[in-house]
Design a protein around this ligand. Sequence first.
Ligand code: ADE
Ligand code: ZN
Length: 326
Amino acid sequence: TALESFVRGLPKAELHIHIEGSLEPELIFQLAKRNGITLSYPSVEALRAAYAFTDLQSFLDIYYAGASVLITEQDFYDMAMAYFRRAAADQVIHAELFFDPQTHTERGIAIGTVINGLVRAQAAAKAELGVTSALILCFLRHLSEDDAFKTLAEAEPFLQHIVGVGLDSSEVGHPPEKFARVFAKARALGLRAVAHAGEEGPPAYVWGALDVLHVQRIDHGVQSIRDEQLMQRLIDTRMPLTVCPLSNVKLCVYKHLADHNLGQMLARGVCVTINSDDPAYFGGYMNQNFVETVMALNLTAADARQLAANSFEASFVDADARAAMM
Ligand code: ADE
Ligand code: ZN
């Protein structure tokens, strides 16, 4: 349709993409072979067939297993370049990538191997595809705050390559308050802050991310709709939510895309954005998320334009570069 072509052609920023979640089954098998690793699935088809999730944790278990094939700097480069090519094809002109160093350092991979591979891909993406990008280091919230401090210390020699810190993994039972001190340290180092909150967890976790972690964006945040005072706060402060519609359906936050609250949030003036989260696992990159959401929620071309504008407003690019992108 004409609306679909319009949506596909809009320049966009992607602000919620876990780079390890862009690892397609084909690349998992290729890297396993290259690194002499035996997978517990016999084929690409068998692995893909296991991508049937009931909640966040059921996904995380298989996502961390998939990431175990990443060993060398070249592996991280290849993964990120595959993502950047897909992003460019979807008119993503700027991307802010999450990466989970602890998933790799726990397996004995040096944080420099991870970061150097990603940084090399960022340079190639800019030169070859015209896609600009930034890196956001995420702490795994199922691990301790001490572990997060250790990770931040390991990252200090690479801080010029990192725009901010985030918080991801198992949400319920691991509230933002658990990471108050390490986020304060990261902010003191000049880093921006974001956090996953209100994906499966309650509105109280969104309040905690705002008032205790002092984040500049909320990742997901869809549960905020259960708290009217919180909604008003998000609207009044133009606090961005990086929403991931296909992810929410795959992880059973919503039964159907048509049930999603993104349209309501947008209509009320919340700075919502559309993102792919873990596209290799959730069945779609940026444009699939955009097109399916616009269709399922009966959004207009003006709504789509606003969603794209929000993605640049919410990004960490400086004001001059942002004006040029919009
Ligand atoms: N890590 C990768 N994807 C995630 C998600 N959707 N929520 C929490 N942690 C994640
Ligand atoms: Zn996420």
